[in-house]
Design a protein around this ligand. Structure first.
Ligand code: HEC
Ligand code: HEC
Length: 465
């Protein structure tokens, strides 16, 4: 159906990006890989980035830093146990009064430094980049943006960020690295802040510990249980889960351990999440972009083609609605799932994969007459600013035809058997739980995992006291 389906597109997206090879070999110029010859393991830029990462004084509220939404103990997503109005919510709160909702679920920051900068491959498929829509080409570009995002750290502009920076104890570190003159050029200064944060995210081993039970198993230091091994086999089996087609479980370059993403983009047709304020036309915040003229909703999150990407040239019919394939490392910790946090558990997320087409009534709105509005988070008509690229012919189905319906596990129809049974889903969940970092083969029960892992029989030990 969509232009992204089929073997050719998938094969093209599984090519090893050059940057992975470069990072795995610890290439010079970017500060090394953290285990190189630097005195403290981190370059001066990375040490500065580490300080900035958790400094709430650079936000207008005085209460928010990168580390507020990206908490180290939870694979750098929000602390699910922290009290607060956004606890358990699919999107975080921020802004001057810490009451403005965002638009997307917070992603993990682990293993991001292996992602290539954003690019289109020879077949025109998007790859790499940062944010769920890849709109930041590099980690450094990404890291400058939360400071000046109205519903996050909320500075009005780069000058306001630099004004706050001038009062910080690490100002001297900044000046000795980048020079005092840069403070008079706020845009450049903010870019340097982004570079320092990117250095921290790239160099520090806390962002890529490779210390999961799965890694222990690969290194011959840990055993996977029978259930975990069944789950891995189902995950890999092209006729069953086929998960590895997009989330590869083998090393891409023979050096870097498996990353469980091929850095490609896909459209899964994830259902609309009414728990996101922007998705509820009645209570959408005033800053919600209105990108749709389909008469159903004013706003849709169309991922790679908008509304948060500025490059209108990407607005081609085929890729609208695609989101970046995330790594599944630490996925047990990153609930809720998908770009809109629609599913609370891995069980549900995988259930959606395998029963999306066999049992659409479980996931999408059902009308009184029993009809199901499948793919209800995509506009059924083109409109608003999302014009179809010249020469590309639209259809009455709007963007619905972009959903991947050609690949296992979502190549089914009503009446077919789902690709995985409930027991097999449990096995895949048990396997995914082995991707959680912090596993000590000598003391396996010391790793605290969320309840969903215990339910799958994957581990013992309480997640929260
Ligand atoms: C209010 C919560 C919040 C704050 C504060 C915040 N982030 Fe994020 N972060 C998010 C959300 C939500 C996304 C996903 C947004 C999107 O995809 O459009 C994200 C995305 C990212 C990504 C891209 C991840 C990927 O998979 O491509 C990186 C990197 C990141 N943040 C780093 C940072 C840094 C560095 C800071 C501090 C300068 C920061 N964040 C501040 C919530 C936050
Ligand atoms: C054709 C590509 C493709 C296949 C096959 C695939 N995925 Fe995904 N996966 C994606 C994309 C794209 C996303 C992000 C979608 C979004 O954010 O809306 C994703 C997201 C996820 C997430 C959510 C992660 C998070 O942190 O939010 C989980 C869990 C997941 N996949 C597990 C699986 C499992 C298990 C399988 C096999 C049953 C599988 N995937 C098969 C492309 C794929």
């Amino acid at each position: 159906m969509g232009t992204m389906t089929g073997d050719f597109g998938r094969a093209a997206r599984r090519r090893v990006p050059a940057l992975v090879l470069c990072l795995a070999a610890g290439c010079s110029g970017g500060g090394g890989n953290g285990s190189g010859g630097l005195a403290h393991g981190l370059s001066p830029a990375a040490l500065l980035g580490e300080k900035i990462f958790s400094d709430t004084a650079l936000s207008v509220s005085g209460r928010q830093s990168c580390a507020s939404c990206h908490v180290a103990q939870f694979a750098f997503v929000a602390d699910p146990t922290a009290a607060g109005p956004d606890r358990g919510a699919p999107v975080p709160l921020g802004g001057p009064g810490m009451d403005l909702p965002g638009f997307r679920n917070t992603p993990s920051l682990t293993y991001l430094s292996y992602a290539p900068d954003f690019y289109f491959d020879a077949d025109g498929n998007p790859n790499g980049g940062f944010f769920r829509d890849g709109r930041a080409a590099s980690l450094a570009e990404q890291a400058a943006l939360p400071f000046v995002t109205a519903f996050e750290m909320a500075n009005t502009d780069a000058a306001a960020v630099v004004g706050r920076l001038r009062g910080r104890p690490y100002l001297q570190d900044f000046v000795s690295l980048y020079g005092a003159a840069v403070l008079d050029d706020p845009d450049t200064a903010l870019r340097r802040i982004g570079a320092a944060l990117a250095a921290f995210e790239s160099e520090s081993a806390v962002f890529r510990p490779f210390s999961s039970k799965f890694d222990g198993w690969r290194n011959g230091q840990a055993q996977l249980s029978a259930q975990e091994l069944r789950g891995l086999a189902l995950f890999n089996d092209p006729a069953k889960g086929n998960c590895a087609a997009c989330h590869p479980s083998n090393s891409a370059d023979g050096v870097t351990p498996p990353l469980f993403t091929d850095f490609s983009y896909d459209n899964l047709g994830v259902p609309r999440n009414a728990a996101i304020p922007a998705n509820d036309d009645a209570r959408a915040p005033a800053y919600t972009p209105t990108d749709s003229a389909d008469g159903v909703h004013a706003y849709y999150d169309l991922g790679i083609c908008g509304p948060f990407r500025a490059d209108g040239g990407l607005n081609t019919a085929g890729i609208c609605g695609q989101f970046k394939v995330p790594s599944l490392r630490n996925v047990a910790l990153t609930a809720p799932y998908f770009h809109n946090g629609r599913f609370a558990t891995l069980q549900e997320a995988i259930g959606f994969y395998v029963r999306r087409d066999t049992n659409p009534e479980q996931w999408y709105p059902v009308a009184a007459d029993g009809s199901v509005t499948k793919f209800d988070d995509l506009p059924a008509a083109y409109g608003g600013q999302f014009v179809v690229k010249a020469g590309v012919v639209g259809s009455d189905a709007g963007y619905l035809g972009n959903v991947n319906t050609g690949e296992i596990p979502y190549d089914r129809h009503i009446g077919d058997q789902p690709a995985l049974t409930p027991a097999e889903i449990d096995d895949v969940v048990a396997f995914l739980c082995t991707l959680t970092d912090g596993y000590d083969p000598a003391n396996p029960s010391a790793l605290r995992l969320p309840a969903q892992c215990q339910a799958a029989g994957a581990v013992s030990g309480p997640f929260a006291n």
